[in-house]
Design a protein around this ligand. Sequence first.
Ligand SMILES: *Cc1c(COP(=O)(O)O)cnc(C)c1O
Length: 468
Amino acid sequence: MNPLARLPSVDRLLSHPAVASLIDIHGRASMTGIVREILAATREAVKGGAQLPDEASLLEKVGAGATALATPKLRPVLNLTGTVLHTNLGRASLPDEAVEALVQAARNPCALEYDLASGARGDRDDIVNELLCELTGAEAATVVNNNAAAVFLLLNTLAAKKQVIVSRGELIEIGGAFRVPDIMSRAGAKLVEVGTTNRTHLTDFAENITPRTAMLMKVHASNYAIHGFTHVVPESELANLAHQHGLPFVIDLGSGTLTDLTKWNLPHEPTPADAIAAGADLVTFSGDKLLGGPQAGLLVGRKELIARIKKNPLKRALRVGKVTLAALEAVLRLYRNPDRLHLRLSSLRQLTRPEAEIHGVATRLLSALQTALVTLPVNVEIVSLKSQIGSGSLPVDRLPSAGFAIRPQSKIGGVLNRIEAALRAVDYPARPIIGRIEDGALLLDLRCLEPNDEAEFSASLAALRFTR
Ligand SMILES: *Cc1c(COP(=O)(O)O)cnc(C)c1O
């Protein structure tokens, strides 16, 4: 007799009590799809000579299929890469104040575009306008989806069919297809590049101003630095030159911290307030880089220019939602008290974490990691490491940190890649651990493993499975 005849039918499996409860959770259509797939794969396997599985093992597979279905795609992970603002891992982690605010906004109706004083229709930018003006010295502000959108909207509003003068040294590419020349042409503006890669002078700008010039622009080099025989024109000189010709001077600042980072011994990063004080008419920056908030693009500057930008119909296409605004407002409020910022703003707390404290985390967790890897031919030790800030901020500067180095005991390769893959593959709800392989070692930088995450680290180790 054909063994396949004894395989249960789709209906029989679906009406099993164990599957019926899964149907309650996941829906009949999804569970039917899973059961069909499992039966089809089983049929192929049996035709190929495999033994016919019993009903219990089929039900186990159905259960596993349902679990996979319920696992979110957007998994929380432990960022042990050593890059604090890791774009691929979602950049800044939000402080509790922001998380609470965004949950409230998500769950409830809120006064997003509603003026509670008059009962009239409001403007969603008003939620953060005052805070942004206070923190940057600007006259007005507006918010869009990210800084790329901010730059695009600004160029499209003020420079469509006109020329924008930028130094050749600033025609940068930010990871993930943000290239200044491409954004410029998509926004309908004509790029006029002046100077050379390493040196640009005020005369380079002055000689290229024509009746078709819309603005002078400066772009923060962000993710690269040039050293040696270099010259950039000071912002105040560019502002003066622009204003003599009745033109705006705009700066794409990239990562926009709103406070002086040097007071925490971090490298200097120009602030929007510096830019406005130097005479910039408009400044754009990201919400989720050094600022430590949600993904957003912030535009601050002269009232009249911001008003024009807000009237561009594309503003409607690029605007942010209530959840983003709630988180952004909460984060901006923290900047009102810079003295406590390094305790309250998650990203800054991580960036300013002393090496000795990170070393302490490593000491606490070493034996757990060694135990988890005990069957593998590797040595685990605590090492000093260098973290990076990330997101194109301060590309050259490194922060002294600590963590684990996992090294193979022999030259026979592959074991590090196996561990790295297993750390990534832990089952939900444990968090995948993301490290980095460098110079023959798998490194786990513990800077971003905060006290609340230490139990998560242990849970991830407990969920580790090594294939083969
Ligand atoms: C990061 C960056 C951008 C893009 O900002 P997003 O918020 O990622 O869209 C644009 N310009 C500069 C100079 C940057 O550093």
